[in-house]
Design a protein around this ligand. Structure first.
Ligand code: PMT
Length: 407
């Protein structure tokens, strides 16, 4: 078994300062604090007096296990804003009101949230929430532009129903989006793949038989989406070429949707033109119907069988000219090692990730995978059953070893 430490969440052991300002959406900040803790982060909350009127500081104290500072003069630490700011790996302000954005843009320090933001050298993520007219006001838009110019990341606001009863932009981003934006922000500042372009393929392809039927397979895209997310968490710019799957796009990942092998090939040719690595975890169909019918095929009276002639699809990874570090997968139900070793040179891969798709917990649709990695220099590494996210990091560790130094 290979020697390794599994990585399960990018926020593990990070110190996150959560600033909460006064908005009806403050209740969602409690869920955010809880999810940050569940991800293994240390969470320290600072609030404005207005936020403390919407939600009790005790709620955050109970969720985070730490004192919450609303009034710096009553904090246990002297110079609390400096101490909290110094401990932060990142500061997230959610919800961020129009008043908060204005304070940040103009360097004002009238409350504990603005004070801490001014005092920290850590990256800052703001999640605005307000009525749409306040969001669209030129003053707010200029403040947001100023903050973006200074490197502050902004997630949302989302379009939808607002507390005023109107609809428009102004809703606080949902917790998974804020967490995704935070992971991306941390990756872009400190990740070992920052500045790199990683291309990932995921999911099945659907090869039409007629307008309502297709040749496909059981791939759900979970493995490829986990690789895309892990690469984003390490700071890469990620292009995810996805077959037909029912998964949300990870925040910050550039997704290109395709249906067939022919479309996947074109999308990957374009995406890999400047890629540092391509990771083919998709399950493209090896064969497609020769002549898809224009209309739904009907049963003829007495008909017992139907023959559909199939023709071979192009091998996508074998046809791609470059792509940088080239990684393939081998999905097998028997002779895993032999088939994987044959595919390495045939597809011009640096390494191949083999999974027995008939083993419990492995392969299609599962949250976990058990893989063996075969390298082009003959090395073989075996791993136990891990989350697909942890497998993704093992793959990216090996991609990193083979990357050419950045120009
Ligand atoms: O999506 P999930 O439900 O999470 O399941 C994950 C998975 C089982 C699909 C994934 O772990 C996996 O094994 N992906 C590869 C599936 C596959 O097509 O394996 P293969 O042994 O048939 O192909 C070998 C390699 O050639 C693969 O990298 C494949 O992407 C590539 N290929 C295959 C056919 C083709 N026409 N063009 C290709 O590039």
């Amino acid at each position: 078994m290979a020697d390794f430490t599994p990585r399960d969440h990018p926020l593990q052991d990070r110190h996150i300062v959560l600033g909460v300002t006064g908005s009806i959406s403050c209740y969602k900040a409690a869920d955010l604090a809880s999810k940050l803790r569940q991800a293994g982060a240390a969470v320290e909350v600072v609030m404005t007096p207005a936020a403390a009127r919407f939600i009790a500081p005790l709620t955050f104290k109970s969720l985070t296990g730490r004192d919450v500072v609303v009034d710096m003069f009553e904090a246990a630490e002297t110079e609390a804003h400096v101490e909290v700011a110094r401990r932060a790996d990142a500061m997230v302000i959610a919800p961020a009101t129009a008043d908060c954005l204005a304070s940040l843009a103009h360097g004002l320090a009238g409350d504990m949230v603005a004070l801490t933001a001014l005092a920290t050298a850590a990256p800052i993520l703001v999640a605005p929430a307000m009525d749409s007219q306040m969001w669209e006001h030129p003053a707010t838009q200029e403040n947001v532009a100023t903050l973006r110019d200074r490197g502050v990341e902004v997630v949302g606001p989302m379009i939808g129903r607002l507390a005023s009863g109107r609809s428009g932009p102004g809703r606080l981003a949902e917790v998974p989006e804020i967490l995704g934006a935070l992971c991306q922000l941390l990756g872009q500042r400190t990740g070992d793949l920052r500045g790199r372009h990683i291309v990932v393929s995921a999911g099945p392809t659907y090869e039409p038989i007629d307008p309502v039927r297709f040749v496909g397979n059981r791939s759900t895209g979970k493995m490829g989406f986990a690789i895309a997310e892990a690469a984003r968490d390490r700071g890469a710019f990620v292009t995810l070429v996805a077959g037909p799957v029912a998964l949300e796009t990870p925040w910050g990942v550039h997704r290109v949707d395709v249906q067939t092998v022919a479309e996947m090939l074109v999308a990957l040719e374009q995406a890999t033109a400047d890629a540092d690595a391509v990771i083919m975890s998709a399950a493209p169909a090896d064969f497609r119907p020769v002549s898809p019918a224009d209309h739904k095929i009907k049963k003829a009276p007495g008909q017992e069988t139907l023959a559909i002639e199939l023709t071979q699809n192009p091998d996508i990874i074998a046809s791609l000219p470059g792509g940088g570090v080239r990684v393939g997968f081998a999905a097998e139900t028997r002779n895993l090692a032999d088939y994987a070793r044959q595919k390495l040179p045939a597809k011009r891969l640096h390494f191949i990730v083999a999974n027995d798709v008939s083993a419990p917990g492995s392969g299609f649709g599962t949250e976990t995978n058990e893989v063996v990695i075969f390298h082009d220099d003959g090395r073989v590494e075996e791993f136990p059953l891990l989350s697909k996210y942890a497998v993704a990091h093992l793959i990216l560790d090996r991609v990193l070893e083979r990357l050419q130094p950045s120009a």
